[in-house]
Design a protein around this ligand. Structure first.
Ligand SMILES: Nc1ncnc2c1ncn2[C@@H]1O[C@H](COP(=O)(O)OP(=O)(O)OP(=O)(O)O)[C@@H](O)[C@H]1O
Ligand SMILES: [Mg+2]
Length: 276
């Protein structure tokens, strides 16, 4: 069964086609790495799957129908992580509020909820964050809290938008492994956007490369090749394999991981396009 289908979909923002006449299908249980340089449309695709942006032409189907806003079947970790309400709230209560929706503005939780939340926090390496107020957490700690929130609620589809940014390398590895195991056990479909392919190679089933309004979906061997990526980016791309790693180069520079160390909530900070 297809969980996500784009059928000749055109998705525009600010008068620009971020995806143009794009078709592909993602099957149930697939772990898809979503790659492409700044501004390629990774975040826009996830927002369209959530029903926050409507396609201008063509169709997007999620679980076989038009995306429904607020679908409880989808867990989402947004790239711009500014969804923190009252910073005095403690980690566990923040998550509890999202699991049940906020009734009367108060997060309600049963003992069983609290146990499930604590288990998930421990699984994302954030066991100690349950009792701490959001105001006292670092950026990376809040991010782990939001990841636990996305994983709770038993989603069938997980949209993780740059979940690795601002995490230490060892946490990055742990998060990839955790998401992969969690998703396999429950047959959850995952879109995982990232700027570094190599870290994800062991976890992903297929890659979705975005660029210039187009998309290429397939296995790493099918998509991460000089001809496919050169066509996608309309530029001379070289793909170099060395030491079990894959490097995607444009004019000798890495397409993927230049200039990304800074990304911290600046969704519209697209100063550098390496595929120009
Ligand atoms: N709200 C908006 N209004 C106008 N243009 C937008 C808006 N959001 C995104 N865009 C534009 O749409 C294009 C795709 O942006 P998107 O955020 O989807 O890229 P991305 O692949 O997620 O990039 P990044 O790696 O920087 O997160 C960019 O050119 C961006 O400037
Ligand atoms: Mg983005």
């Amino acid at each position: 069964m297809n969980v996500i289908e784009l059928d000749r979909a055109t998705v525009s923002i600010g008068g620009r086609d971020v995806l143009r006449d794009t078709s592909f299908a993602i099957k149930s249980g697939e772990f898809i790495g979503v790659l492409g340089p700044n501004g390629a449309g990774k975040t826009t695709l996830m927002r369209a799957v959530l029903g926050l942006i409507q396609p201008r032409a063509g169709a997007i189907r999620v679980f076989g129908r038009a995306p429904q806003r607020g679908d409880r079947n989808i867990g989402y970790l947004p790239q711009v992580r500014t969804v923190l309400p009252d910073l005095r709230i403690r980690g566990r209560d923040f998550i509890a509020g999202s699991v049940h929706g906020e009734r009367w503005g108060l997060p309600l939780s049963t003992a069983a909820d609290r146990a499930a939340i604590d288990k998930m926090l421990a699984a994302v390496g954030a066991g100690e964050l349950g009792d701490r107020p959001l105001s006292e957490m670092s950026g990376g700690e809040r991010q782990r809290l939001l990841l636990a929130q996305a994983l709770l609620g038993e989603p069938d589809l997980l949209l993780l938008d740059e979940p690795l940014i601002s995490l230490d390398y060892r946490y990055q590895e742990a998060i990839i492994e955790l998401v992969r195991r969690f998703a396999r056990e429950r047959n959850i479909t995952v879109l995982f956007s990232a700027h570094e392919l190599n870290q994800l190679i062991g976890a992903l089933d297929r890659v979705l490369y975005l660029g210039n309004g187009r998309a290429a979906l397939g296995t790493v061997d099918e998509v991460v090749t000089a001809p496919v990526l050169s066509q996608l980016y309309g530029a001379d791309i070289n793909v170099v394999r060395a030491d079990g790693q894959i490097f995607v180069l444009s004019r000798g520079r890495s397409v993927e991981h230049a200039d990304h160390a800074h990304d911290h909530g600046h969704q519209h900070d697209h100063g550098h396009h390496h595929h120009a």
